[in-house]
Ligand binder design. Sequence first.
Ligand code: ADP
Length: 454
Amino acid sequence: VAQKHDIVIIGAGGAGITAAIEAKEAGADVIILEKMPMAGGNTLISGAEYAAANNWLQKKEGIEDNVELHVQDTLKGGDYKAKEELVRIMAENALAGAEWLRDEVGVVWEDELMFFGGHSVKRSLIPLGASGREIVTKLVAKAEELEIPILLNTKATALITDESGKVIGVEATSEDTNYTFNTNKAVIIASGGFGSNVEMRVKYNFEIDETILSTNTTGSTGDGIVMAEEIGANLLGMEYIQTYPICDPLTGTLLYYDDARLYGHTIIANKEGKRFVEELGRRDEMSMAIKAQTGNVCYELLDQNGFVASKLQENHGPELEYLYKNELLVKADTLEEAADFFGIDAVELQNTVDRYNSYVDSGNDPEFNKRSLPSKIEVGPFYILKAAPAVHHTMGGIEINENAQVLDKEGNVIDGLFAAGEVTGGIQGNNRLGSNALADITVFGRIAGQNAAK
Ligand code: ADP
């Protein structure tokens, strides 16, 4: 089956649907191809917090911030491996993107901010329910309103080029049909990362082998990266693969219990009852520190006050049920009882907690320099989660310029081809800070859609 559209978009995650909306609003005829039976990708299963300097809640809370600080935090967080001009585009346009999601797409943001590791200040907006569901549901509704078709169960397999190298279409397959989608204007690749593709992970970074689980959906197999490379696109930073520290040790799923850590309320200990890392540190540092502990796991401790303040029951009730059932989470009246459940050294854990509480009093953690100390761990019941790191985000991918145009190995623009979202490389350096992904995919999704429609 052959069809012709102005723009074909590969992938119906956050970046792809955002690009589609912008392109359609600019007057283009757009179609989205999605290989899975539903839209959303990793955006759907993420917490979807969104870093934006100078946002409205910062103003309300009197938090001083600026775009340059967001740029510097991102560069530093990625060990200065990012393309600075792309980081700048992300940071400069992040607030406008969040407002666009709010005002044009109807995304509801919670009335508070989250503090993510590596950011100098609290600058991360939280979507309703602290879940990507809010973002994806509203993006899909907007796409429907604009009559943008999302073709599910349809996998893009190759880019089509003309003799000049310009991209003029996409080959795709569904269960019973082979498609050729020709384009008048452009193809936008928004097919996400390759966190679920073990073979591809190991090809670029042998350490991230099959022993490490993944938080990603099964759709994150790097298809767009491979298709782009086949027609000469340059790839950047493919070896930079991020693990998330707090995941289900049985399945790799990211655990939202970890919200409590981001609010600052938890401490992380090992089986010996000792802290070993800053709880609001970088994801890579925390992950590697956890991997080095007894059993390659950590124990995240929370008291009742922190539990309530983190809204875990309201936002993530079903996850808590699952965790109790699978003995990954315990709730007990005393710290000792909770520690015993996992065979943690209870005496040492109590010492650790006492010391930590004294740091909360003094406002200073001389052991690990935890950057936010909002509450003590003192009021029962106490909660302990057992967790392990898993692959979360692939920083590497297709090289783009400030217009989201794909570049070849010589740095020239490949005509007719744009990319946005996790499929691109060079924006997050070798380590993405939490809540920068939503800013990245929104900002570059919008840019890709607007430019592709020109
Ligand atoms: P981002 O955060 O960059 O938007 P997501 O992971 O949220 O990335 O979305 C990427 C989407 O692309 C997923 O829904 C995934 O299933 C889809 N996808 C991946 N490969 C293909 C492909 N070959 N054809 C069509 N869709 C794809």
